[in-house]
Design a protein around this ligand. Sequence first.
Ligand code: ADP
Ligand code: MG
Length: 254
Amino acid sequence: MAEKELEIVDLHVSVEGQEILKGLNLEVEKGAVEVIMGPNGSGKSTLAHTIMGHPKYQITSGKILFRGEDITHLKPYERARKGLFLAFQYPHEVEGVPLGRFLWRAASVIREADTERDIPDNPGAFNEVLRKGLEALQLDKSFRSRDLNLGFSGGEKKRAEIVQMLALKPRLAVLDEIDSGLDIDSIKLVASAIERYRNGASFLIITHYQRILDYVKPDRIHVMIDGQVVLSGGPELARELEEKGYEWLREKRG
Ligand code: ADP
Ligand code: MG
C-alpha cells in the first residue's frame, strides 16, 4: 500500500465562530501530486492555512497526521521544521525583512531540525541555491536583497513563493492558487520548477483552472464543495470539471 504523507480525518474548522470545514477527509500519498479544485468560498484556503497551523483557524474536531504523526495542535514553525510548506494565495508583504535573509534564517532552523533535507550550512552555498532558484523563476538576483514581497507584482509574489519552496526543501508543499494571476509563460516556469523539485516530495496543489495541469502531471484530483471533499478521481477529472462546472456535484455532499 502506498505510504501516506498527509492524512486528514473528519476535520472541522471554524473561523471567527463560523464553521468552514465540515468533516473533511483527505489523503496525500508520498511522492504524489494531488490537486484540490472547487468553487470560490468552498474552504480551500482555509484548508491550506489549517494544514500549516494558522492560529486564526480553529480546529473543533478531527485530526491531521503528517508522516504518521499527529500534528493537529502543533505550531506553524514546528510543522515547517517537520517538512510542511505553504505558498500563500495572497503572499504578505513584510517590510524590513529581505528575502535572502529571511530564507537563510528559515532554512537554518529547518536544517538543524531535519538533517535529511540537504540544506547547505554555509551562506555561500545557500546563496548559490537561492541564485539558482531566482534564475529558474526568472526573477532578477536583486530580489534576494529586496524586502519580502514588498512592491512585488502579483506574478513576482507567486514566483517568489516557489523560490522559497526551492530553498526550504519541504517534504510536502501546499500551493494555494499558485497559478492565479500568472501569465502562461510564468505558469510554465512555475510548473517546470515543480516538476524538477518533484523527486520524492509531495504536493497539494489548489487551483481553479486545469491550465497548470497541462504542465504539472497530477496523480489525483479532489473536489471540495462547502467544506468537504465530495469527489476524488484521476487526472481526467480536472478536464471534466472545467467542462461541467461544480453544480452537479453539490448533491454529493454528505
Ligand atoms: P476558497 O479558498 O475555497 O475560495 P476560503 O477558505 O478562502 O475559500 O473561504 C471559505 C469561507 O471562509 C468564505 O466564506 C470566507 O469568507 C471564510 N473565511 C476564510 N478565511 C477567513 C478569515 N480569515 N476571516 C473570516 N472569514 C474567513
Ligand atoms: Mg482560496
